[in-house]
Write a protein that binds this ligand. Structure first.
Ligand code: ADP
Ligand code: MG
Length: 648
């Protein structure tokens, strides 16, 4: 259908530096609509004043050319692909009306059809602009430090390594890392979180977020074109091409349906004059009315109008659906599985216990472990590094490093092999755990703590860490049940005792502990077979296989992490767990609006076709067109309501 191709054509030309050609469809189409209306009015006036037929014909032809211009282009375009679309049906109907000398009726049809296309494109454009408007939040220039002075540069000219100076109250122009100063930054535009986040040296900041109070120096980490913001916008625009299942069905349906309508119209033209003695031209006119009112315009737009609005709604709250298909599947979710560390918990566990075997003291053990962990992205690793910083220990990166997902890591540090991780990691390597250490492990785990062993040549000791459940995790389970999720399950690679304590704190329905990444995958398959659609929520860094296995993979806290943006189907920019029930509620509402629209469009078609066929009613073409285009606009407006949807 014409306006969908317009929408995606506009999406691809979103590069702000390229100025669009002067005559665009956006500008020309409304103008043609006005010309059509004007020509129709002139023609009626000429007719009333008894002007010559030749002159009236010229004006009528003008109204057809202006009103049918884009219809013909779109119709021919679809014919080239051996398809029939509604534009073609409309052009045929208008042509038919002219054949039986009903020029005005045909022109009114073209006028209303193109007017409705303009209105639809405008309405759908609102969803798109809701996303594009995010870009307006980004300033165009930045203050850059050069030696002792500062200069103002265009944001597009900034390169990684440049140092941008930010005053309190300024918007962050580009993705970067704080190298001086500290202060709170409101990241709502990227993550949807309303509470400002404290940023200190070493923290990442994102373009289009608001630096509230602090004076910050940030080092640019990515060029403007690759900023998190730009990628969000790109993802959402691509999402429009990843069509919902319902829409794919409707697209196929449209083809067959259009052919049936054409066949039925031909029969309506041919049969009655053969069977009875009806007036050919009256009968032909009626066939044209049927052709128009039976056309599935409203049906075709019913889905994209709703899906696009829902995707835009999510994007503004930091929820990115990477396609209409995922939005639809989200509405079916029966089970939500969550990773523990960093997802259900804050992922900032404090180091609570350091137990060494005699050869090392506590600080040396922590210094060693923090050094090898400094290369790891795992939340446990970052906490250990923080603990070492607090004790002012110097951290030296290992010369070699390998993460072993779900177990720990292996590194070469000062020429020696070092292992840090769970008991399984050591046992897998044939290393026996001394009995008294194992007893300590059990004691710590009974307190709900996570225990890591360190090994270099022999077992050096262990580190106990305590993680806490996110405060909003408690409401999560109830909220998920409320939106129709049957089971909320925690999957963790951590020990059963730590898992049990978090499960208890959050009231989660079920938990599985001691899972390696591949066990998580198996478990998800089990859940999928047993319950149906399963969503897996993780950080997207070390859960990629699980996210890929689940019916829907949801990556959380994704601002700044590239992997998460790639692997997941739905991306939550912040780590707020309440975004999960919101996303499910939104998708359910979208589903409902889609079905409302489909039911409504079909009913209108049935009513209008009946009215056109019943001899006692004899629906006039202009009324049929108003009903037909009116229903199309109602469907679009209903879809737009999703832009402002808020779950209660
Ligand atoms: P979760 O499923 O809770 O997110 P992971 O699967 O990421 O946990 O990790 C499981 C276990 O593997 C951790 O509890 C820890 O014992 C060990 N582990 C994973 N990564 C590391 C690391 N970088 N350093 C030390 N131990 C690790
Ligand atoms: Mg994890």
């Amino acid at each position: 259908m014409s306006l969908i191709s317009t929408a995606s054509a506009q999406a691809t030309q979103s590069n702000p530096t390229e100025s669009p050609p002067f005559i665009t469809r956006e500008r020309l189409e409304p103008l043609l609509v006005v010309i059509t209306a004007f020509a129709i009015g002139t023609s009626l006036a000429l007719e009333a004043s008894g002007a010559s037929e030749g002159l009236i014909l010229v004006v009528n032809i003008i109204s057809y050319l202006a009103g049918g211009y884009y219809g013909v282009i779109e119709g021919l375009h679809s014919l080239k692909h051996r398809e029939i679309n509604v534009d073609l049906l409309m052009v045929l109907a208008a042509g038919g009306a002219a054949l039986v000398n009903q020029w005005h009726e045909g022109a009114i049809l073209l006028f209303l059809f193109s007017l409705s296309n303009v209105l639809q494109a405008y309405a759908l454009d609102r969803s798109r602009r809701a996303i594009q408007s995010l870009l307006d939040l980004r300033p165009d220039t930045a203050t850059v430090r050069r030696g002792d002075t500062t200069i103002t540069l265009a944001v597009d000219a900034l390169k990684p390594g440049d140092v941008v100076v930010l005053q309190p109250g300024e918007l962050v122009p580009i993705d970067g890392r704080v190298i001086k100063g500290s202060g709170t930054v409101n990241q709502a535009s990227i993550t949807g979180e309303s509470i400002p986040v404290l940023k200190q040296v070493g923290d990442d900041v994102f373009a289009a977020t608001l630096n509230e109070h602090g004076a910050l120096d940030i080092e640019v980490t990515r060029p403007a074109s690759e900023s998190t913001l730009s990628r969000i916008i790109k993802l959402v625009e691509e999402a429009q091409d990843n069509r919902a299942e319902t829409q794919r069905f409707l697209d196929t349906f449209e083809q067959y349906y259009a052919m049936i309508v054409i066949a039925a119209t031909l029969l309506l033209i041919a049969l009655p004059p053969i069977l009875t003695n009806v007036n050919f031209s009256d009968n032909f006119y009626r066939a044209m009315v049927v052709l128009v009112v039976a056309s599935p315009c409203a049906l075709i737009i019913s889905t994209p109008a709703s899906i696009l609005s829902a995707i835009a709604n999510g994007a503004r709250r930091g929820i990115l659906f990477k396609g209409g298909a995922h939005l639809e599947t989200m509405a079916q979710i029966k089970v939500v599985a969550l990773d523990k560390t960093g997802t259900l918990t804050t992922g900032e566990p404090g180091v609570t216990d350091i137990i060494t075997t005699s050869s090392l003291d506590e600080d040396s053990l922590l210094q060693l472990v923090a050094s090898v962990e400094s290369r790891s992205e795992h939340p446990l690793a970052q906490s250990i590094v923080r603990a070492a910083h607090k004790r002012q220990l110097t951290i030296e990166e290992p010369s070699e490093f390998k993460a072993i997902p779900g177990r720990g890591l292996e590194a070469i540090y000062h020429g020696q092999r070092v292992l840090v991780g769970s008991r399984h990691l050591l046992e897998n390597d044939g290393i026996a755990i001394p009995d008294e250490l194992y007893k300590q492990q059990v004691t710590l785990e009974d307190q709900g703590k996570t225990v890591l062993y360190a090994w270099r040549d022999h077992v050096l000791g262990l580190i106990g860490m305590a993680d806490t459940a996110r405060p909003e995790a408690v409401a999560l389970v109830a909220d998920l049940h409320k939106v129709g999720v049957e089971k909320v399950v925690m999957l963790t690679g951590d020990n059963a005792r730590a898992a049990a304590s978090i499960a208890q704190a959050t009231g989660i329905d079920e938990y599985c502990a001691d899972l390696l990444p591949e066990n998580k995958v198996e478990k998800l398959k089990e859940l999928r077979d047993k319950y149906g659609a399963v969503a897996m929520v993780g950080d997207g860094v070390n859960d990629a296989p699980a996210l890929a296995t689940a019916t829907i993979g949801i990556a959380m806290g994704a601002a700044g992490t590239d992997v998460a943006l790639e692997t997941a189907d739905v991306v939550l920019m912040s780590s707020e767990l309440n975004k999960i029930p919101y996303a499910i509620a939104l998708s359910k509402r979208a589903q409902r609006v889609v079905w409302q629209n489909i039911a409504f469009s079909l009913s209108v078609i049935v009513v209008l076709v009946t009215a056109a066929l019943l001899p006692i009613i004899e629906l006039p073409l202009p009324i049929g067109v108003v009903g037909h285009e009116g229903s199309t606009l109602i469907v679009v407006a209903n879809g737009l309501r999703l832009l402002v949807f808020k779950p209660n």
